[in-house]
Structures are given as structure tokens and as C-alpha cells.
Ligand binder design. Structure first.
Ligand code: NAG
Ligand code: NAG
Length: 366
């Protein structure tokens, strides 16, 4: 009898211990509630599930480490496959700001607050102290202010996505200290100044998307040291100076978008015989001629050289290119015959119009 009693006590105590240790720490719960209090989401009610003691259980978008019961991930997306959006027949909309209380979640490794269109205010600078952070995705809001100047302290950060906001200021020097960064997207903001000279220190980077900002100055040569870089988009800025020839020697670079800048120097021949398959140099002030450097390795799904100041003829070697899917050399100052046959014979006149004196199919005969 006494032993049964003893075992009952033990069992109840165990149950109690398990339930207490499963719950999130009160300090983390308080931080989440302070974060919630600074936001307003009137249409879907995603944050209305943030109630009760245990923030690790059924709080929308919150995940905890199963053993230490600390918040490791906040994943709030205003557009996703989640049935909550289908049910409401709309995408998300949230206003308010990102509370610095978020920085009290010191085990956070993934923070996504994306595509809510209305969240404004700055990125709390204290985010740079979240040393476990691997993913920071704040894309598609109305964030202002600057990229935190100490962002480079996040040694584990692999994904930094701040695209489609109203972030201003410069790219902080410390950003090049992010030695784990694989994906950088700062596109469509108001970032000014130049790209750090030592940008090439980001050795793990595979995508660098900086388009639609107010960046000035040259394209740093050091970029070509990033061996894993496959996608470089610097379009729609005000970059000037030469295109580094070394970009054409990169091992896996397949997309290079430099369109809509103020580049005036000639196209390096290395770009034509590179592994690049999407090349957009449109709407610059590029001078010189199209390099006569095509070969069997030239495989372009897109080559857009339109709206520049290119002169001379279409180079002879273009007939040796493996493939040219979409070519646009319109609005330049080119002259002479369009080589008949492959790889240009599938193209329409719009690829060649508004030059000085190009001729032959699909334009009028020479
Ligand atoms: C980058 O990291 C190095 C080494 O930890 C440090 O000395 C330097 O101050 C950092 N640079 C910036 C701009 O934060
Ligand atoms: C190349 O860039 C220009 C200017 O930004 C853009 O209008 C054009 O659509 C791009 N070309 C292709 C084929 O995507």
C-alpha cells in the first residue's frame, strides 16, 4: 500500500517536471509577446494563436529546440501554401514594427518575417547579437533605416534577404565578414554608396543580388574570387568603370546582370567565351565592338546587349556558338550583314532593329 502511494507521488512529480520543462521559458514567452504587441495583423489572425503558457506548442510560426525548449525559429510569411491564406482568400498584410525584444531570443537560428507589405521602422541593430542566426529573411515589407552596421558579427549567417524594402544607407563594411553567407539579397531598396572593395571575402556566396538600388562606383574585381558564385545581379544601379575581365573566368557563374548602369568600357572577350548563359548588359553606355570570341563553349539562353553604343559588325565567330536562345542587339550602332544560318536564324527582326546599318535576314537584304 505504502509503495503504491510512493509510486503515485513519484509519477505525479515526474509528470509535473516533464510538463514544466516542455514549456518555453517565461522570459522567451515574454519576448515573443512583446514582439507580437508591436505588430498588427488584422485579416488572418496568425498571431492570435500566440496565447497560453507554452510558446513551444501551437504558436503559429514558432519552433523550439526539442531538448532545451528554447525558441529557435520564427517563420512568419505573408504568402505561403498554408491553408490559413486559402481560407481567407488573400495574402498577408501586417503593420507595426519589429520589436528589439526579438533579440532576447538568444538561441534564434532562423528569423523570417517576410511579404507582409506593411511592416515599417528599422531592423533592430541588436539583431547582430543573435550569434546562432543562420537565416534572416525580412523581404517584402516597408523597412527603413540601414543594414545594421555590426551585421558582420553573425558568423553563422547563411541567408540574408532584405529585398523589397526601403532600406537606405550603405552596405556596411562589416558585411564582408559574413564568412558563412551563401545567399545575399538586398534588391529593390535605397542602398547607396559603393560595393565594398573586399566583397570577394564572401567566399561561400552563391547568389549576390543587389539590383535596383543607388549603388555607385566600380564593380570590385575581388568578386571574381568567389568560386561558388553562380548568380550576380547588379542591375539597375549607377555603377561605372570597367567590367572586370576576370568575371568571365569564374568557375560556375551562369547569370550576370549588369543592365541599367553607367558602364562605358568595352565588353571583355572573356565574357563571350565563359560559362555565363544569361548575360544582360542592356541600357549602359558600353562602347567598342562585340568581341570576336565566340566558340563551341558559348551557350547563351539570354544575351542582351541592347541600348548601348556598340559599333562594328556582328563577329564572324558567332556562327561557332553552341546556342543563342534570346539575343537582343537592338538600339546600338552596329553595321554589316547578319550571319545566315545557326545560331541566329530563329531570331526575329526586333533582335536587330535600330542600328546604323545591319542588314540581311530577318532585316532587309544587304
Ligand atoms: C571583421 O572581423 C575581424 C576579425 O574578427 C575584425 O577584426 C574586424 O574588426 C571585423 N571587421 C568589421 C568591419 O567589423
Ligand atoms: C535586360 O535588362 C533590361 C534593362 O533592365 C530589361 O529591360 C530587359 O528585359 C532585360 N533583358 C532580358 C532578356 O531579360
Amino acid at each position: 500500500m505504502a509503495t503504491t502511494f510512493f509510486y503515485n507521488i513519484l509519477f505525479v512529480t515526474l509528470l509535473y517536471l516533464i510538463s514544466v520543462s516542455n514549456a518555453c521559458p517565461p522570459s522567451e514567452r515574454a519576448a515573443l509577446l512583446a514582439f507580437k504587441a508591436a505588430l498588427r495583423e488584422p485579416y488572418l489572425g496568425v498571431l492570435s494563436s500566440w496565447k497560453g503558457k507554452d510558446c513551444c506548442h501551437n504558436w503559429y510560426g514558432v519552433s523550439c529546440d526539442p531538448t532545451i525548449h528554447r525558441v529557435t525559429s520564427i517563420d512568419l510569411r505573408g504568402r505561403s501554401e498554408d491553408p490559413i491564406f486559402a481560407k481567407a482568400h488573400r495574402t498577408g498584410y501586417m503593420t507595426g514594427s519589429i520589436s528589439p525584444a526579438i533579440c532576447r531570443l538568444t538561441r534564434l537560428s532562423s528569423l523570417t518575417i517576410a511579404e507582409w507589405n506593411g511592416i515599417s521602422g528599422p531592423i533592430p541593430p541588436c539583431i547582430a547579437s543573435l550569434s546562432a542566426l543562420r537565416i534572416l529573411d525580412l523581404t517584402g515589407n516597408k523597412l527603413t533605416g540601414e543594414v545594421p552596421s555590426e551585421i558582420g558579427r553573425l558568423r553563422r549567417l547563411a541567408v540574408l534577404n532584405l529585398a523589397d524594402n526601403q532600406i537606405s544607407g550603405i552596405i556596411p563594411q562589416s558585411l564582408t565578414n559574413l564568412s558563412s553567407l551563401t545567399h545575399l539579397d538586398l534588391a529593390n531598396n535605397k542602398i547607396s554608396g559603393s560595393i565594398p572593395k573586399n566583397f570577394g571575402r564572401l567566399r561561400m556566396l552563391s547568389r549576390a543580388l543587389l539590383s535596383q538600388n543607388n549603388l555607385i562606383g566600380p564593380i570590385p574585381i575581388s568578386i571574381s574570387q568567389i568560386n561558388r558564385l553562380s548568380d550576380l545581379d547588379l542591375s539597375l544601379n549607377q555603377l561605372s568603370g570597367p567590367i572586370p575581365a576576370s568575371l568571365g573566368k569564374m568557375a560556375v557563374l551562369s547569370t550576370l546582370n549588369l543592365d541599367g548602369n553607367k558602364i562605358s568600357s568595352p565588353i571583355p572577350p572573356s565574357l563571350i567565351s565563359s560559362r555565363i548563359s544569361i548575360l544582360n548588359l542592356s541600357r549602359n553606355a558600353i562602347e567598342g565592338s562585340i568581341p570576336d570570341a565566340f566558340g563551341p563553349r558559348s551557350y547563351f539562353s539570354v544575351m542582351d546587349l541592347s541600348y548601348n553604343k556598340l559599333r562594328g559588325g556582328i563577329p564572324k565567330t558567332i556562327t561557332s556558338a553552341a546556342f543563342i536562345g534570346h539575343l537582343d542587339i537592338s538600339h546600338d550602332h552596329l553595321c554589316g550583314p547578319i550571319p545566315p544560318g545557326s545560331p541566329l536564324d530563329h531570331l526575329e527582326a526586333s533582335s536587330f532593329v535600330y542600328n546604323d546599318c545591319l542588314c540581311g535576314k530577318p532585316l532587309k537584304a544587304c
